[in-house]
Design a protein around this ligand. Structure first.
Ligand code: 16G
Ligand code: ZN
Length: 533
């Protein structure tokens, strides 16, 4: 049975705040860091049980709140293949987190062990990491108490990015198999990325320096290490690297700031000269936003949709050049937030699917293609190659030198891309490869299509849970009658599109609108918001 006395001893030191309710949502648990002690302790136990359930395979635990303000923190679990926790276990996490007392927790654990048929005699293994937030050390010791309470074999991944933690989980679980994902260390990660990058850009014109806004977060450490592995091949200029200065994380910088405000982080204004290309990471380095200044010094943003367009078109072209287009089907997955112009551009070239917001939905839909490209407009995304496709590439015998070259590029891409989850650094190298191959500057990339003007607003409502959507969040089914009013407004705007959905991370409802001209997009968004309010 469970070591009830040991768990009790530890649990009494991590009492649940009685007034708070916690929910494992799209991004795991996420709230003020100083309220999370009991939650994180319990997640330590849950991760151990999840590992036992999966026969001792290693589970990941990441302590981060991504692009949220510095005082927030959060935690999410990573399944053995490096993917998000299976949905059914999100509910188990929520139940454990809300057990009001130690006795209630012990009872909830016993119920979980019985209902999920967990064999407690199995080993349990976990690898864990955290970003640079000041609240992390205390939360990590609560997590470690959770591991001790259950007797978990825990490996400390240190202070690192979310995508590196996902990489480690997959590398550990595939070690010594034919599907080995790489050395199970940070060194293995940087080596895998930098070696494949060097192969992919060999013989191309050396790119000019790239400015990286590290959001004053853990991406600053990772980008500095990556820069050392890349050496001369890609000069990086790191900005916003003040990871130990309190109050700076994600403050007026980072991918979310740039995407939301559609402008340069203020402290980059002097660094950026006309023609300079740059990108922003978020606080845990899983989102990426590119931009450049044109020759007049005007700012242009290249978001997740632009990355999807660039990358998907490149991969389709390589598959064709390799002579594999009848066997390897490439597809794209987006959400309702994808700019309508990006969807049009992509749909003219390959199959495009729209799914609800959240990485797990995109990832799962992308698995239905031989090569699935998925990006959220906010800059989170990756490309996944099915196991069957990777084997096909390994075995395929090209019949011309051109086919052979394209095939090698595809194989190197499978190494360059972190297929477990969106990874700002891996995605950045991917973008740099495509730009080098196409001889594109930001200008050519940006002109693949012109973004439709758009506007996102949030509305505080009485009960966001009363907003129910269908059709990948593009239509409301509740409150009754509201969708018909939105439809009626939308059809009065040229190129108009608008949708309303409850946020999964904040207590608000989000309204998105698009139209042929900016003033109309703004007006449509505010009028729809007026209907919601
Ligand atoms: C979370 C999601 C992100 C999504 C965002 C939407 C994961 C790992 N992260 O951050 O993909 O874009 O939520 O937030 O799934 P919202 O529901 O508040 O609009
Ligand atoms: Zn993030």
């Amino acid at each position: 049975g469970l070591p009830l006395d040991t768990i009790k001893g530890f649990s009494d030191a991590h009492p649940k705040p009685s007034e708070l309710h916690f929910q494992y949502g799209t991004a795991g648990f996420r709230t003020l860091g100083n309220t999370l002690d009991s939650v994180i302790f319990r997640v330590g136990i849950l991760a151990g049980l999840r590992s036992k359930k999966l026969d001792g395979r290693t589970i990941g635990v990441m302590v981060t709140a991504s692009h949220n303000p510095e005082q927030d923190n959060g935690v999410k679990l990573v399944d053995p293949r490096g993917e998000m926790l299976e949905t059914s276990w999100e509910a188990h996490a929520t139940v454990l987190a809300n057990a009001p007392t130690t006795d209630a927790l012990l009872e909830a654990l016993e119920v979980l062990v019985a209902s999920a048929k967990i064999d407690l005699s199995k080993p349990s293994r976990v690898v864990y990491a955290r970003d640079t937030r000041p609240s992390a050390p205390a939360l990590i010791s609560a997590l470690e108490d959770g591991f001790k309470a259950l007797g978990v074999e825990a490996r400390d991944g240190g202070v690192t990015t979310t995508p590196i933690l996902h990489y480690l989980v997959k590398a550990i679980n595939t070690k010594g198999t034919s599907e080995s994902y790489g050395e199970d260390s940070e060194d293995g990660y940087y080596t895998k990325l930098s070696e494949s990058f060097k192969k992919l850009i060999a013989g191309r014109t050396k790119p000019g320096p790239l400015v990286i806004d590290c959001a004053n977060g853990v991406g600053a450490h990772a980008a500095a290490k990556l820069a050392a592995y890349l050496g001369e091949t890609l000069p990086l200029i790191l900005e916003n690297t003040a990871t130990s200065t309190p109050g700076t994380l994600n403050d007026s910088c980072g991918a979310d700031y740039v995407k939301t405000l559609q402008k340069l982080p203020p402290n980059l204004v002097d660094t950026m000269k006309p023609g300079q290309r740059a990108c922003s990471l978020d606080g845990d380095a899983d989102r990426l936003m590119y931009y450049y200044l044109d020759e007049r010094g005007l700012f242009h943003m290249l978001d997740g949709d632009k990355i999807a367009a660039l990358v998907a078109a490149f991969i389709v072209e390589l598959v064709k050049l390799a002579g594999l287009d009848s066997e390897v089907k490439v597809g794209v997955v987006q959400t309702a937030y994808a700019n309508g112009a990006s969807t049009k551009y992509l749909a003219e070239r390959l199959p495009v699917k729209c799914v609800p917001t959240g990485v797990k939905h995109l990832h799962h839909a992308a698995e239905h293609y031989n090569i699935g490209v998925y990006f959220e407009a906010n800059g989170h995304g990756t490309v996944i190659f099915s196991q069957e496709t990777q084997e096909k590439l390994a075995k395929y015998e090209p019949s011309t030198p051109a086919q052979s070259t394209a095939l090698n590029h595809l194989i190197n891409l499978t190494q360059l891309i972190n297929q477990t989850v969106g990874d700002a650094l891996s995605d950045m190298l991917l973008v740099e490869v495509v730009l080098a191959h196409k001889s594109y500057s930001g200008v050519e990339w940006n002109s693949l299509y012109a973004d439709l003007p758009n506007r996102l607003v949030k509305v505080v409502v009485g009960d966001r849970n009363s907003f129910k959507t269908e059709d990948a969040e593009r239509r409301l089914v509740n409150p009754p009658g509201l969708q018909a009013k939105i439809d009626d407004l939308v059809q009065r705007y040229e190129g108009g599109r608008s949708f309303v959905r409850p946020s999964g991370t904040e207590d608000v409802v989000r309204v998105y609108a698009e139209a042929a001209v900016k003033a109309q997009a703004d007006e449509l968004a505010f009028r729809v918001a007026g209907l919601v309010y």
